[in-house]
Design a protein around this ligand. Structure first.
Ligand SMILES: *Cc1c(COP(=O)(O)O)cnc(C)c1O
Length: 366
């Protein structure tokens, strides 16, 4: 059996360090908003090349709290790609604003050529998503956003460590949201998220918002929420962060292996890598003409594939009230019908990748 992702592999490799982190937190008596979080925030901000990191409960909150800190709410529009995980859109609806979909380019990124035409006087921000582990075309997006006076919030939940023109994803907009969900490139052993930014006022506001809107104990200037990255998760992330670059290198090596053996195979397309960009392959996503049959074929070989994501966000029931016609975004819609993610995790053995490759060749020949 080849799983889609092997969670145990990393836990086994780092068992002593993870146990030590657990002991340290346990002994300290601090469980929430203590020294581990402060240290992780500093270390992750430095890693991303920005001044501040604010740890929160999950990636969705990281996105939504940033929009709230910017006073984006009812009556405002936020531009988003439609081919993304639903959280990008839910963050917008959570603050009462309206998601406005923008079509994708050949790399599944918000297409800057389609951005300008969707901007209205109500547009307040744009959320480019660095989907699957590579950077959105940030230069073009930033230029259009800056002309229109839009804030830029990167959804970097799939792009820990990815580079764009020598800079880390996370340092390319006014702020960036990360998720530390366990299977992400940098993942905790439970839920977690964070915002990174160079803006001290935003960082301050977010620190209050995540903690009941409070800067001083029992003084509540704004109505915040309870969304904090806890000490145990922060300690676990501190163990893992020094390995992130190695793991991303492993992901890239496996992705290169897949592409070298699958390129040109009848019925599928291997992923394209955008220019000026270092892909960290959170997911290795092919396009398959007969996706459902291929999924079944892989399952019959005991290989787990996955689909990210089977329904474009603008066609989800949760957003039916927006009344966006399905055909408004034909490329996003088609991507949802064709994408297929192959098994990939940093400790995956090349022999396992070879079994996946062999199955794909057998499918093409059948
Ligand atoms: C995982 C993910 C999120 C949400 O993160 P959670 O921690 O699961 O809330 C947001 N956007 C994208 C693109 C993601 O992949």
């Amino acid at each position: 059996m080849i799983p889609f992702f092997d969670m145990q592999a990393v836990q086994t490799a780092l068992k002593p360090q993870l146990s030590e982190a657990f002991e340290r937190v346990s002994r300290s008596g601090h469980m929430i908003l203590g020294p581990e979080l402060a240290a992780f925030e500093e270390e992750f901000a430095r890693y991303c090349g920005v001044r501040f990191c604010i740890g929160v409960g999950n990636g969705l909150d990281a996105l939504a709290l940033t929009l709230r800190a910017w006073d984006i709410g009812p009556g405002d529009e936020v531009l988003v790609p439609s081919h993304t995980f639903i959280a990008t859109w839910l963050a917008v609806s959570m603050v009462g604003a309206t998601p406005v979909p923008v079509e994708i380019d050949e790399h599944y990124m918000l297409d800057p050529r389609c951005l300008a035409e969707r901007i209205t006087p109500r547009s307040a921000a744009v959320i480019p998503v660095h989907l699957y582990g590579q950077a959105a075309p940030m230069d073009e997006i930033r230029e259009i956003a800056s002309k229109a006076g839009l804030l830029v919030l990167e959804d970097a939940a799939q792009a820990h460590g990815a580079m764009y023109r020598e800079r880390r994803c996370g340092s390319l907009g006014h702020a960036a949201a990360f998720s530390f969900y366990p299977t992400k490139n940098l993942g905790a052993m439970g839920d977690g998220g964070g915002i990174v930014t160079d803006d001290p006022a935003l960082a301050d506001k977010l620190k209050a918002l995540r903690n009941y809107g409070s800067k001083a104990k029992y003084v509540h200037e704004v109505s915040g929420v309870n969304s904090r990255l806890d000490e145990l998760q922060a300690a676990i992330l501190r163990v893992k962060l020094p390995h992130l670059d190695d793991w991303n290198e492993r992901r890239r090596a496996i992705a290169r292996h897949y592409t070298s053996r699958l390129e040109g195979l009848e019925g599928i397309e291997t992923p394209l890598i955008a220019p000026n960009n270092e892909h960290v392959f959170h997911l290795y996503v092919i396009r398959a003409r007969e996706r459902e049959k291929l999924m079944q074929f892989l399952a019959s070989r005991e290989i787990a594939g996955a689909i990210h994501y089977p329904v474009a966000a603008h066609m989800q029931g949760a957003f039916s009230m927006l009344g966006i016609p399905a055909n408004d975004l034909p490329l996003a819609r088609r991507a949802a019908e064709e994408v297929l993610s192959l098994p990939l995790w940093p400790q995956m053995r090349i022999e396992d990748a070879d079994r996946v490759i062999e199955a794909l060749h057998d499918f093409a020949r059948r």
